[in-house]
Ligand binder design. Structure first.
Ligand SMILES: [Ca+2]
Length: 280
């Protein structure tokens, strides 16, 4: 796919750029071997804090059992977000107005070189009165960054692609976050949450929250697959011809052939990294 005609090449670049990070230079994957949030305890250094003082769990509530160890043992309830257990969870104040509340969860990265990371969120899966519950997912999540938690906060992005809690697709959720600079602190503020598709609710509750460093993908087969997948996801039909809105038939033929060849190469187990790289 190297000698593309200019117009088709532009289309390919545009399509690929849509898949890539905003920098447009590389694609990334989460380095799941190196989670960035590792310390959340009552007595030691803690990386998760929240200004939410409301406690959802009381001993007369069946759900108490699920978070019991974090309360009775004096641990930070936010520790329930990094125990790899979907039955333990954090829950915001249900009487808050998510559109205007200042209730947040703050992440202290404990390092100052993280401007690009993967945000990981998982929904609840605890049983309450015999019923499996998934809680309420943060479907509009404002992310801000700061060097000093008492200083100025800068908007990084608003994540709106988290699925509703009862949607069985898209879990666990993971998204690449790119900040304008490396901040030590990141703050998450929920502005909307959904239990069911389309049904907003005033609180959010999640079982897991983690950040992973974004590492650059260098495997040419992965890059080529990302490219062909991004083209497939466009779900767009190009029409060849000389009419307005059409691409030239010559360009269209070249595009189709190149894409077919790339797709064939992608599944060819004996293809070398060099061959795959040339196709990219
Ligand atoms: Ca958990």
């Amino acid at each position: 796919m190297m000698k593309l005609l200019p117009k088709v090449k532009f289309i390919l670049i545009a399509a690929f750029a849509a898949y890539l990070s905003p920098s447009g230079a590389q694609i990334y994957e989460p380095d799941e071997e190196n989670p960035l949030i590792t310390q959340v305890s009552a007595t030691g250094e803690t990386q998760l804090t929240s200004n939410c003082t409301w406690t959802t769990i009381t001993s007369d509530n069946d759900n108490y059992e699920f978070n019991k160890k974090y309360i009775e043992d004096g641990y930070n309830l936010l520790g329930a977000l990094i125990d790899n257990d979907q039955t333990t969870y954090w829950h915001s104040n249900p009487s808050a107005d998510l559109h205007s509340t200042t209730e947040w969860i703050m992440i202290d990265m404990k390092r100052t070189d993280i401007s690009r990371f993967y945000l990981f969120i998982d929904r609840r899966a605890d049983v309450y009165k015999g019923e499996l519950r998934h809680g309420s997912a943060p479907t509009k999540l404002l992310i801000e960054g700061a060097d000093d938690p008492d200083g100025e906060w800068t908007t990084v992005t608003t994540v709106t692609s988290v699925h509703a809690a009862y949607d069985d697709t898209g879990w666990p959720f993971e998204e690449l976050i790119t900040a304008p600079k490396a901040f030590r602190y990141y703050r998450l503020t929920c502005r909307d949450a959904q239990m069911n598709t389309g049904a907003s609710i005033s609180f959010w509750s999640i079982s897991e929250l983690q950040c992973y460093p974004a590492k650059e993908v260098t495997d040419q087969r992965v890059l080529l697959t990302a490219l062909t997948d991004s083209l497939a996801n466009l779900d767009r039909t190009y029409v060849g011809g000389t009419e307005v809105g059409c691409v030239s038939q010559e360009a269209l033929d070249y595009y189709s052939t190149a894409l077919d060849e790339a797709t064939t190469l992608e599944v060819n187990a004996s293809a070398t990294q060099e061959q795959l790289g040339a196709a990219v």
